[in-house]
Ligand binder design. Structure first.
Ligand SMILES: Cc1cc2nc3c(=O)[nH]c(=O)nc-3n(C[C@H](O)[C@H](O)[C@H](O)COP(=O)(O)OP(=O)(O)OC[C@H]3O[C@@H](n4cnc5c(N)ncnc54)[C@H](O)[C@@H]3O)c2cc1C
Length: 450
């Protein structure tokens, strides 16, 4: 039997995972990426000698598909993964509070630090512990759960505004790119059940120790090419064509390419443009998935202003702050990034306006910043960083199969059981590859027999 040919459209993490899985399984792979680089929503650039990522990316120890992908790329040593969950929570003018795991079985492993979490009053901490137990027991896959707002459910459990904003939002906003109040209850439950309450070490935090391009795009391109895959950049696909029975084909820059299977691993709005209704794609549903922005502030100080590798902020506009000095190649001073999730309020603001708001906030959190000089301040903005992870999205996220034979979907927005994350993207790519290989082998054998 001739080797089946799989075309993967889109070189983000979903497409890279799918392409690697298909070539590992012996398929001939063509990867078509519209941009001049791979990596999709995880990309890096150089700004006046500084290696800059489009936005800080973190993962958790429980992100096993993503970590397996890093292992396949041979880059596990390029990430930092905490030995034990430990998050400093900084409140202006107060001592840091800590969210830590302790040597206790889940979910008790978080109880000691929760009970000492000074930003909340003791009664609020006890209420949070009680609500967390209820959240652990929630059937998050029930349709009525996904149709509810997490904030409404929290209020129903008796959670105060202070606890919603000072505890639940601290964890939900960066993971769902939406406020705790607006998020889907099902997705918030997923975050807590899988990330925090399932196993003591599940929520240990990891991040890239090198620019994202050196973690994903470059090693994946090298590996794919070593395995004989045809990786084409600046190759925009204009249409995917298929039918209930025949082999799919597509148009890329005016050229028609045929394949035994196609994995469409592009963002949801692009998928709706590439695939007509006859394919089984519901463009209206994909449009309703919407978008939510992430803004990153990049600040270079002339001297170190904090020893923390990262911290969360409370009572400050600085949401999550990360030290990127080493990974950026900065030789002197300190480079901090601030990740602002669900950042609608900050999109479109001029750099100087953001400077006026955020630099005093740095000084309030890090006293050493008062004496430091800000050498650089710039902003990166991803307007459609993730889909809008509000109520009702579960029903809008399709699985890998379409009505058309041999055309499969992947992407962090598909039905992965995960929020829009690197883990979800990699999982979707692996699943789409399995389905594409089955279709492609069937088509290739039928072709050989004809
Ligand atoms: C600033 C920011 C911060 C984030 N932080 C985190 C985090 O901390 N942790 C986490 O887990 N996740 C985070 N995410 C989310 C995560 O990056 C994404 O969910 C994931 O990378 C999406 O991968 P994907 O392959 O599904 O899609 P994408 O990365 O969007 O890849 C799709 C690819 O398809 C290409 N494409 C589109 N149309 C076409 C076409 N017609 N022809 C050919 N190619 C096409 C695009 O150019 C793109 O390369 C963050 C995202 C952003 C933007």
């Amino acid at each position: 039997m001739s080797r089946p040919h799989v075309i993967v459209v889109g070189g983000g993490l979903a497409g890279l995972r799918a392409a690697l899985a298909c070539s590992d399984a012996g398929a001939r792979v063509t990867l078509l990426e519209a941009r001049a680089r791979l990596g999709g929503a995880t990309w890096s650039t150089t700004r006046a000698g500084l290696q800059v990522d489009n936005g800080q990316h973190v993962f958790l120890r429980c992100c096993t598909a993503y970590r397996g992908f890093l292992a396949d790329l041979g880059v596990e040593d390029r990430v930092v993964l905490q030995e034990r969950l430990e998050v400093p929570v900084l409140v202006p003018g107060r001592a840091p509070a800590w969210i830590r795991r302790h040597r206790l079985p889940a979910p008790a492993h978080l109880a000691p630090s929760l009970l000492r979490f000074a930003p909340l009053a003791l009664g609020q901490r006890l209420a949070v512990a009680r609500t967390a137990r209820r959240l652990a027991a929630l059937d998050r896959l029930a349709p009525q759960v996904d149709s509810r707002r997490f904030g409404d459910w929290l209020a129903e459990q008796g959670e105060s505004d202070a606890a919603i904003d000072g505890f639940w939002d601290l964890l939900v906003r960066p993971t769902l790119n939406l406020s705790a109040r607006d998020s889907s209850l099902a997705l918030a439950a997923k975050v807590f059940q899988t990330g925090l309450l399932s196993a003591p070490d599940a929520a240990d935090i990891g991040w890239a120790g090198v620019p994202l391009a050196e973690l994903h795009a470059e090693p994946a391109a090298r590996l794919l090419r070593e395995r004989g895959a045809d990786v084409r950049l600046r190759a925009r696909v204009d249409a995917v064509e298929g039918s209930l029975e025949g082999a799919p084909s597509l148009l890329a820059d005016g050229e028609r390419l045929t394949a035994d299977a196609v994995v469409v691993a592009v963002p949801h709005d692009a998928a709706a443009e590439l695939l007509p209704a006859t394919s089984g794609v519901d463009a209206g549903a994909l449009a309703r998935l919407g978008a939510s922005p992430i803004v990153n502030l990049h600040v270079v100080f002339d001297r170190p202003v904090t020893e923390l590798a990262f911290a969360a902020g409370l009572g400050t506009p600085l949401q999550w702050i990360f030290d990127r000095t080493r990974s950026s190649g900065l030789a002197r001073g300190q480079y901090l990034t601030v990740s602002l999730s669900a950042a609608d309020a900050w999109v479109g603001h001029a750099r100087d306006e953001l400077r006026r708001v955020f630099l005093p906030a740095f000084e309030a959190l890090f006293p050493a910043a008062r004496a430091a000089t800000v050498e650089r301040f710039f902003v990166t903005c991803e307007r459609a960083a993730t889909f809008y992870q509000g109520p009702g999205t579960a029903a809008l996220r399709p699985g890998p199969d379409l009505a058309w034979r041999g055309v499969h979907l992947a992407g962090a927005w598909t039905d992965t059981d995960w929020p829009a994350t690197m883990e979800g993207a990699v999982k979707s790519g692996a699943l789409a590859a399995q389905h594409a290989l089955t279709s492609a082998r069937g088509t290739a054998s039928a072709r050989a027999a004809a």
